[in-house]
Design a protein around this ligand. Structure first.
Ligand SMILES: Cc1cc2nc3c(=O)[nH]c(=O)nc-3n(C[C@H](O)[C@H](O)[C@H](O)COP(=O)(O)O)c2cc1C
Length: 346
């Protein structure tokens, strides 16, 4: 069985609309929610229902929580544990200054004893679901310290750890160091997922063979929501080459993806699944990455930035593709993908 593919937690991006779009391309094996603030969850803000939407496939949805107060985090985890989902993940990797300042995200990695106590507390609060942690390298590249930290979490009953191998201070420019994923995998008995810098479907296939238990993709899945389907098709194509009995599948025509239609569908899904007051900011966040498919990405982003509604945004894109028609279509291998779980993260 193939290693599972996972959509990363992405604030303001991995909401229901993006997950639905990915699902319609053939899906992935697990979808992380955006990070959910534990105090906001408990305050039951009316907008929380949008964050709690577990669609399109609740049993493949992992809720990620972030926070600084162990008691509040435990209550939020218990609340999520009542819902249908695949699991609950604790964010120990976010390095945004406003998160670290309040003692949340990667702050926990600099305070191992407090982090272990928190993990033990959440383990007790999460009775029905898988409990995972997503983290970074920590404050430097000391892998012994990273392993010590991960072993501590394992001891407290964490079921799975995702390593995004960058230090707390690093922005996304410096490359992720996947050797750290291998080192953690080697040191632990629980499953370990790897994440960072996968840019296309062939890199995803390559990382899926690196020995970790699941592979997580963030930004590339926003730019190319078909990346998981394409990677599965590549894997299956290799299988076809090796297995003459399935050779008829090899004759499938490549699948054409119309970027204008993808953008239109995404905006439609945003209207359907997100509050109207989020439409503008979330569409722009999406286009930040999606426009990387275009030759004149910067120019198109600027034009889209002036629009506030779907019609105006589509008008910008229609005009662009009328002039740059070669940018409009992408072709990927088309061996049929059946929506739904094809692999399960342990
Ligand atoms: C816009 C954006 C939002 C993110 N939000 C979260 C988040 O809410 N929780 C989290 O654990 N990581 C978050 N991350 C980190 C990603 O999950 C992932 O670790 C990182 O982008 C590296 O993976 P990639 O190279 O595949 O994008 C975010 C990253 C980006 C770019």
């Amino acid at each position: 069985m193939s290693v599972p593919f996972v959509l990363a937690p992405l604030a303001a991006l991995s909401h229901r609309a993006l997950r639905q779009l990915i699902y319609e391309f053939g899906g992935c094996d697990e979808y992380f929610s955006e990070m959910l603030s534990a105090p906001s969850l408990l305050a039951a803000n009316p907008l929380e229902s949008y964050y709690l939407d577990a669609g399109p496939v609740p049993e493949q949805l992992v809720y990620q929580i972030v926070g600084s107060d162990p008691e509040v985090l435990a209550q939020a985890a218990a609340l999520l544990d009542e819902r249908d989902c695949r699991g609950i993940d604790l964010n120990m990797g976010c390095s945004a200054p406003e998160i670290v300042r309040i003692g949340a995200g990667v702050w926990w990695m600099d305070h191992p004893d407090e982090a272990f106590a928190l993990a033990g507390k959440l383990r007790k609060a999460i009775r029905r679901h898988r409990f995972s942690v997503k983290l970074r390298l920590g404050s430097d590249e000391n892998l012994d310290r990273l392993v010590y930290f991960c072993r501590g979490l394992e001891r407290e009953g964490v079921d799975l750890i995702t390593v995004h191998p960058r230090t707390s201070k690093e922005k996304l420019k410096r490359r992720a160091r996947w050797t750290a994923v291998e080192v953690v995998k080697e040191a632990l008995s629980i499953p370990v997922a790897g994440n960072g810098d996968i840019e296309d479907a062939s890199q995803l296939v390559h990382r899926a063979r690196s020995g970790c238990d699941a592979v997580m993709v963030g930004r590339a899945a926003v730019r190319a929501p078909w990346i998981f389907a394409e990677a599965r098709a590549l894997e299956q194509a290799e299988h076809v080459m090796a297995e003459p009995s399935t050779a008829e599948l090899a004759t499938a025509e490549p699948r054409d993806i119309d970027l204008l239609a993808v953008a239109d569908r995404f905006l439609e899904l945003l209207e359907l699944y997100q509050p109207p007051e989020y439409f503008e900011s979330r569409s722009k966040k999406f286009f930040l990455y999606f426009c990387e498919n275009l030759t004149w990405a910067h120019h198109v982003r600027t034009l889209l930035g002036r629009e506030t509604e779907r019609r105006g945004m589509m008008w910008v894109l229609e005009n662009y593709f009328a002039q740059e028609s070669q940018d409009r279509h992408v072709s990927i291998p088309s061996i049929p993908i059946i929506p739904g779980p094809s692999s399960t993260v342990p």
